[in-house]
Design a protein around this ligand. Structure first.
Ligand SMILES: C[S@@+](CC[C@H](N)C(=O)[O-])C[C@H]1O[C@@H](n2cnc3c(N)ncnc32)[C@H](O)[C@@H]1O
Length: 221
């Protein structure tokens, strides 16, 4: 089954704009063009001869960019935002999800495919992979379990969250094992869905004695 189908992306893309974040060789972008998308953009901070080849035979645009860079804030909004195999490569997955959300217009959909940790708990947890402990790749940092991924996606303000590709192994195991998952969420039609954790902070969230060492035993700063 192609990545497109297994991630649950729409059969037809006519009239829709599409962005693939971490597009690598650009295959998903080329598929979006072939499925009739009105505009297609690939973003990646790397390029490769494979990407050059795909770009020469398809009609999508490519921007070499780190999604977490300040420049990325200038990108337009898209109907469908897709990112596969990137969440575990970023140091701050929640910031990455906020950036995906920023790329998506109200009413649009975001698809996030990632590694998922299957383990002994249904509490939201994120497994940290120090050094090159996961797949001998030092650029692999994090694997959320499914409840954690869904909670983070809710936190950035997505609705109607749905798992479009679920790991085949059991949902709970004695030790942590790794699998893959793809989740889709919709950006609400109003800005009110933005996380309550975003600034401005309200006075009620701050201790009266803030800055006077109130959090330390004995009041010592
Ligand atoms: C494991 S590859 C996945 C490629 C492809 N999406 C797939 O599913 O086969 C991760 C890709 O994400 C890119 N990437 C990682 N972090 C990124 C970031 N912050 N901004 C843009 N691209 C990023 C990498 O350069 C790499 O091409």
């Amino acid at each position: 089954m192609s990545q497109w189908t297994s991630h649950g992306l729409p059969e037809r893309m006519d009239g829709l704009s599409f962005v693939d974040v971490g597009c690598w060789e650009g295959d998903i972008c080329a598929e979006a063009v072939a499925r009739g998308a009105a505009s297609v953009l690939g973003i990646d901070y790397c390029t490769s001869p494979d990407l050059e080849r795909t770009l020469s035979t398809s009609s999508f645009d490519f921007i070499q960019l780190d999604l977490l860079s300040e420049k990325a804030l200038q990108l337009p909004e898209f109907d469908i935002v897709h990112s596969a195999g990137v969440l575990y490569h970023v140091e701050n997955p929640l910031s990455f999800l906020y950036r995906l959300r920023k790329l998506c217009r109200f009413g649009g959909s975001i698809y996030v495919e990632t590694t998922v940790a299957i383990g002994p708990t249904q509490e939201p947890v994120m497994l940290f992979h120090p050094r090159d402990s996961f797949d001998a790749n030092p650029s692999n940092w994090w694997s959320p379990n499914e409840p954690c991924l869904i909670a983070m996606i809710e936190e950035v303000g997505l609705l109607d969250i749905e798992v479009t590709s679920r790991p085949e192994c059991p949902s709970e195991t004695k030790d942590f094992t790794m699998s893959r998952i793809c989740v889709r969420g919709r950006v609400a039609n109003t800005p009110t869905s933005i996380s309550q954790k975003m600034l401005p902070r309200r006075p009620s969230y701050m201790p009266i004695a803030a800055g006077k060492g109130s959090r330390r035993p004995g009041g010592q700063p």
